[in-house]
Design a protein around this ligand. Structure first.
Ligand code: NAD
Ligand code: WQD
Length: 344
């Protein structure tokens, strides 16, 4: 057994896939999650995939005493992967204080207690949202961070700064991973994305429409300056993304970092339009999707995809799965959910 790793938000979408990859690489995992956006059954599913049950602690990271007690009780924790956050862009516009409170207090409590308990390694979930609409594509990590389009996006920018400032005055080492658009589900179809209520993101909306939970997908605009008029994103399979965390962790634990805080784009390096994503879904699921073109969604950018050179050459990680594989895994997950609910 390798080192013990704390995974905050480990029952969530990206966290659960990362716990699987960590366990499969021999790490011992402790999950902390308050289950505000995930289900405890995910722990059983992780155990079913890996054969090992991760430890689970139900804790709200905004509770500073609770976080202190957690570290007191877990002296073996060697590093932290911090996923726990609220992530709905629209909700953050309506409830900005809730987002600043949850996302930033959680981080501050964590950094505080990591310092107190001499835990020096952190992998942090950041987002390509920090780039806004970049001037040059593919976007490099050195591109300027632009004014955030939402309180959610702002929490990621502020969090990056907080981590940078803390690393200047402590032994903290951090890797900030800027995810592009994570989609898909584990090959076992035992874990995947579980949107509460109506999904905001494209792929769960597609699969929920195809399974009959939603009447029709609305495609938000086909008048963008792109080849087919719909916006372009860099979709990345969640298991590829999960593996990037293990690689980042190893880099820190093996003391291979060039700087105390490093930033990597985590995407495939290829952009696809909304219509290309729908086309891929129709191909792999062998069915037509019911969709219609409507007006643009406020706040959407035209196009973004990652320059992955740093991730590939410095971090030593590369995405492996293509769009059809991503869409097929997302569809298998939706089918598995429907079977569980007795709808199939
Ligand atoms: P998710 O909602 O599925 O997982 C987050 C988990 O954190 C949930 O299980 C939730 O219950 C938990 N959590 C939230 N607040 C908490 C708190 N105060 N204390 C303890 N647990 C708490 O989200 P996800 O898609 O897995 O995202 C994980 C991280 O990646 C987030 O930081 C998110 O902002 C970031 N991110 C996500 C995307 C994306 O498109 N999914 C893209 C870029 C970055
Ligand atoms: C993708 C494309 C939509 C839904 C968001 C956050 C970002 C990051 C990832 C965390 C866009 C179109 C969508 C629908 C549609 N999260 N679309 N109909 O907007 O790139 O990024 O999630 O950091 O911060 O902003 O992802 O999946 O919402 O949209 O036409 O019902 O699909 O217009 O072009 P987005 P998305």
């Amino acid at each position: 057994m390798k080192e013990q790793i704390l995974v905050t938000g480990g029952t969530g979408y990206i966290g659960s896939h990362t716990v699987v990859e960590l366990q499969q690489q021999g790490y011992e995992v402790v999950i902390v999650d308050n289950l505000s956006n995930s289900r405890i059954e995910v722990v059983d599913q992780i155990a079913a995939i890996t054969g090992t049950r991760p430890a689970f602690v139900n804790l709200d990271l905004t509770d500073s005493e609770g976080v202190c007690t957690f570290f007191d009780n877990h002296p073996e924790v060697k590093a932290v992967i911090h996923f726990a956050a609220s992530k709905a862009v629209g909700e953050s516009v309506e409830k900005p204080l809730m987002y600043y409170h949850n996302n930033l207090f959680s981080l501050i409590n964590l950094l505080d207690q990591m310092h107190e308990h001499v835990v020096q390694h952190l992998v942090f979930s950041s987002s390509c949202t920090v780039y806004g609409q970049p001037e040059a594509l593919p976007v490099k990590e050195s591109a300027p961070v632009q004014k955030a389009m939402s309180p959610y996006g702002n929490t990621k920018q502020i969090a990056e700064e907080i981590i940078g400032d803390q690393a200047q005055v402590s032994m903290l080492h951090a890797v900030l991973l800027r995810y592009f658009n994570p989609i898909g589900a584990h090959a076992s179809a035992k874990i995947g994305e579980l949107p509460l209520g109506v999904p905001n993101n494209l792929v769960p909306y597609i699969t929920q429409t195809a399974i009959g939970l939603r009447a029709q997908l609305k495609v938000f605009g086909d008048d963008y300056p792109t080849p087919d008029g719909t916006p372009i994103r860099d979709y990345i399979h969640v298991s590829d993304l999960a593996k990037a965390h293990v690689t980042a962790l190893q880099r820190m634990l093996e003391k291979n970092q060039k700087e105390n805080v490093e930033i990597f784009n985590i995407g495939t390096g290829t952009g696809y339009s909304v219509l290309e994503v729908i086309g891929s879904f129709e191909r792999v699921s062998d069915q037509k999707l019911n969709y219609k073109i409507v007006g643009r969604r406020a706040g959407d950018i035209t196009a973004v995809w990652a320059d992955t050179q740093l991730a590939n050459e410095v971090l030593g990680w590369k995405a492996e799965k293509n769009l059809d594989e991503m869409m097929l895994s997302a569809w298998r997950w939706e089918l598995a959910l429907a079977k569980e609910k007795g709808n199939l």
